[in-house]
Design a protein around this ligand. Structure first.
Ligand SMILES: *Cc1c(COP(=O)(O)O)cnc(C)c1O
Length: 396
C-alpha cells in the first residue's frame, strides 16, 4: 500500500484539519507551502547539514550480538538514542524551525508533557536565536523539573498551565490559544504525527530519515532488508519514521508497540488501537480512547512519552488496513525490557523505547529473521523510575 495524504490531508478515513475558524489562516499557510519549501534544494542542504553536524546523523544501525544470540535471530538496533538531546524528536524540531524561518516566522511556541519535545524545541530555538514559549501543565512541571530546568537554561520561557488536569491536553489548549492570538509571527512546533493536516504528514517526512538510513545501512550490512521493524507508539512519530520507507514493501512486517499501562482492561492504559474509537482529537480525525459520550479519557503509562490517549491519523489508517500490527506491553514488562537491553547490549533505553524492546520477548523466531528495533531514546531521564521500580532487581 501507499501512505500518502490526499489534498485534504486524509489517510483513508483518518486525518484532515478540524480547527477553529480563527486558525484557518495559519493552518492553510502551512498546507499550501510545506511541500514546496521542504522540497527546495537549499532547504534540504541546510536540513541535512544540521542533522549531521548538530544532531549527529546518521545514527548507527548496531548489530546486537548478545540479543541476537538470546532470541535466535538477527537483531539490529537503530540508535536514535545517540542523537543530541537524547531522542528522535530533534529530527522534527530541526525540520520545523527551518520551515518556520522560511515562512518568515520570528517566534516559536510548543507544548510538552514529559518535557522531551519542549527541550528539543528550546534547543533549536537557541540554535536559531528565536524566542521560544513552551506550554506545560503545572503537574507535569513538577514531575519533570529537570526538563523545565533544561528548557530555561536554553533560554525558553516555560509557561505553566493551571487549568483542567494541569497536564498535556491543557497545555495543548493553551498553545492553540496562543497561536490564534499570534497568527502572523508565530509557528507552532507540534512534536508528533498528530494535530491538523499538514502536521502528521510533515512530521512523518522529517522523521522518515530513520527508515531511509535503515534501508541504506541494511544494504551495507550484507544487503538483506529487514523482515521486521519494531517501534514504540505514543503519538507515533518515531514509529512513522521507522516504518515510512517500508510501508510499500509488504514483505517487511511492521510492528507498533503501545503502552498497556497496568493492563489493557485495567482502566489505566494507553493502548489506543485496542481501546480507541474514531473521533476528532487535536484537530484530526483519528482513533483515541473516549468515554461513551465521546469525551477524551485520561491515558496512563509508566512512560510519560507514551501517556497519550490517541495515535496519529497515519497509524489509525495503518491499523484499520492491517498494514501495521499494533500490540502492547505493560508497565512491568517494559521495565524488564529496559533491563534486558541494559544487560545484553550495554544500552539503557528510555522507558518508551523499553516497550519496543520488551515485545521481542513475546515473539517467536525461526532464525532467519532480521529484526530492526528503533531505539527512540536514551534512559537518563528515566533513571529515577528505574531505581524506584526495579529496586532490588537492579543489583541482580
Ligand atoms: C516522545 C518519545 C516517544 C513517543 O513519541 P512518538 O511520537 O510516538 O515517537 C518515544 N520515545 C522517546 C524516547 C520519546 O522521547
Amino acid at each position: 500500500m501507499r501512505l500518502e495524504a490526499n489534498e485534504k490531508g486524509f489517510f483513508g478515513e483518518f486525518g484532515g484539519a478540524y480547527v477553529p475558524e480563527m486558525l484557518y489562516p495559519n493552518v492553510r499557510e502551512l498546507q499550501d507551502r510545506y511541500v514546496e519549501i521542504t522540497g527546495e534544494a537549499a532547504f534540504q542542504r541546510e536540513l541535512n547539514e544540521l542533522l549531521r553536524d548538530f544532531a549527529g546523523r546518521p545514527t548507527p544501525l548496531f548489530a546486537g550480538r548478545r540479543l541476537s544470540a538470546l532470541f535466535g535471530c538477527e537483531i539490529l538496533l537503530k540508535r536514535e538514542d545517540l542523537l543530541h538531546t537524547g531522542a528522535h524528536k530533534i529530527n522534527n524540531t530541526i525540520g520545523q524551525i527551518l520551515l518556520a524561518k522560511r515562512l518568515g516566522k520570528t517566534r516559536i511556541i510548543a507544548e510538552t508533557g514529559a518535557g522531551q519535545h519542549g527541550v528539543a524545541t528550546a534547543t533549536v530555538c537557541a540554535l536559531m536565536g528565536m524566542p521560544c514559549v513552551v506550554y506545560m501543565g503545572e503537574v507535569d512541571m513538577q514531575r519533570q523539573a529537570l526538563n523545565v530546568g533544561r528548557m530555561r537554561m536554553l533560554g525558553a520561557e516555560v509557561r505553566g498551565v493551571s487549568s483542567g488536569s494541569k497536564t498535556l491536553k491543557d497545555a495543548t489548549n493553551e498553545a492553540m490559544r496562543d497561536w490564534i492570538a499570534n497568527p502572523h509571527d508565530t509557528h507552532y512546533i507540534i512534536g508528533s504525527v498528530v494535530g491538523p493536516h499538514p502536521f502528521p504528514d510533515m512530521v512523518a517526512r522529517f522523521q522518515s530519515v530513520i527508515s531511509r538510513e535503515i534501508k541504506e545501512q541494511c544494504h551495507v550490512l550484507g544487503g538483506r532488508q529487514p523482515t521486521h521493524v519494531i517501534a514504540c507508539v505514543g503519538g507515533g512519530s518515531n514509529a512513522m519514521g521507522g516504518f515510512f520507507h517500508f510501508v510499500e514493501d509488504e514483505k517487511v512486517a511492521l510492528i507498533g508497540v503501545e503502552a498497556a499501562g497496568c493492563g489493557i482492561s485495567s482502566g489505566r492504559s494507553a493502548a489506543t488501537t485496542a481501546l480507541g474509537q474514531p473521533g476528532i482529537l487535536h484537530g484530526s480525525r483519528t482513533l483515541f480512547m473516549q468515554s461513551e459520550d465521546g469525551q477524551v479519557e485520561e491515558a496512563h503509562s509508566i512512560s510519560a512519552g507514551l501517556d497519550y490517549p490517541g495515535i496519529g491519523p497515519q497509524h489509525a489508517h495503518l491499523h484499520t488496513t492491517g498494514r501495521v500490527q499494533y500490540v502492547s506491553v505493560t508497565d512491568d514488562e517494559s521495565l524488564e525490557g529496559a533491563k534486558l537491553l541494559a544487560r545484553q547490549e550495554g544500552i539503557i533505553p528510555a522507558l518508551e523505547t523499553a516497550h519496543a524492546v520488551a515485545y521481542l520477548s513475546k515473539m517467536r523466531f525461526s532464525g532467519s529473521e532480521r529484526v530492526v528495533v528503533v531505539v527512540s531514546g536514551r534512559g537518563d531521564k528515566d533513571m529515577g523510575t528505574y531505581l524506584e521500580r526495579l529496586g532490588e532487581g537492579i543489583s541482580r
